[in-house]
Design a protein around this ligand. Structure first.
Ligand code: GTP
Ligand code: MG
Length: 195
């Protein structure tokens, strides 16, 4: 994908309406701090257009990035951040549910897992939830640069087993530092949005 324009067009909170438009969307889910916003910046060739933070829980809204006026990359709020109140957890659930259930133009959901970690109970819940909504999540294993190359295959196996992935699920290791994996992710996005 040649990036000609990017625009954070809609920021959707608990009380906002979801945007109405005709363009395809792909969404990125995952634990707080896993690297969703960094991945979106990497895909857009922007350093810090999507806000990134060392503090988890930065993105608490659903952010719609319009790419080339042709499609949207959708940054979902992260889960599993310990310092979030019960009320905020419920609001997160309602917001994400409304989006996953209610967006007719959502073509694919990517689920991000830190390549160094064993999937958590929250990751498993999110995986099942995405499946329940009728999507087969595409796995992105983030922070690839932090792992020795010799460990990559082993960690892919840990994630496959930890989430009991549906056979044939795509698993793409990615680093927002080296951009390794970026082209493959765009290929998948282009295929499922028919761009
Ligand atoms: P929330 O908005 O809290 O849900 O987090 P997020 O998933 O959007 O994570 P974000 O992109 O803000 O990244 C969190 C931290 O991880 C930041 O300090 C990033 O610089 C760092 N990070 C993200 N991706 C990578 C990566 O591929 N490699 C390395 N080394 N650091 C990364
Ligand atoms: Mg974020």
């Amino acid at each position: 994908m040649v990036i000609k324009s990017v625009n954070l067009e809609t920021v959707c909170g608990i009380t906002s309406r979801l945007p109405e438009h005709e363009k395809p969307e792909v969404a990125f889910a995952g634990k707080s701090n896993v690297g969703k916003s960094s991945l979106i910046n990497g895909l857009m060739n922007r350093k810090s257009y999507a806000r990134i933070s060392a503090t988890p829980g930065k993105t608490q809204t659903i952010n719609f990035y319009n790419i080339n006026d042709a499609m949207y990359l959708v940054d979902l709020p992260g889960y599993g951040y310990a310092k979030v109140s019960e009320k905020e957890k419920i609001q997160w659930g309602k917001l994400v549910e409304r989006y996953l259930h209610g967006s007719p133009r959502l073509k694919a959901v990517f689920l991000l897992i830190d390549i160094r970690h064993v999937p958590s109970a929250n990751d498993r819940m999110m995986y099942e939830w995405i499946l329940d909504k009728g999507f087969q999540p595409i796995m992105i294993l983030t922070k690839l640069d932090k792992l020795k190359r010799s460990q990559v295959q082993k960690q892919i196996k840990v994630v496959k087993e930890g989430l009991d992935l549906v056979p044939g699920t795509k698993v793409i290791p990615f680093s927002s530092v080296t951009k390794q994996g970026r082209d493959e992710i765009w290929e998948v996005i282009e295929a499922c949005t028919e761009l």
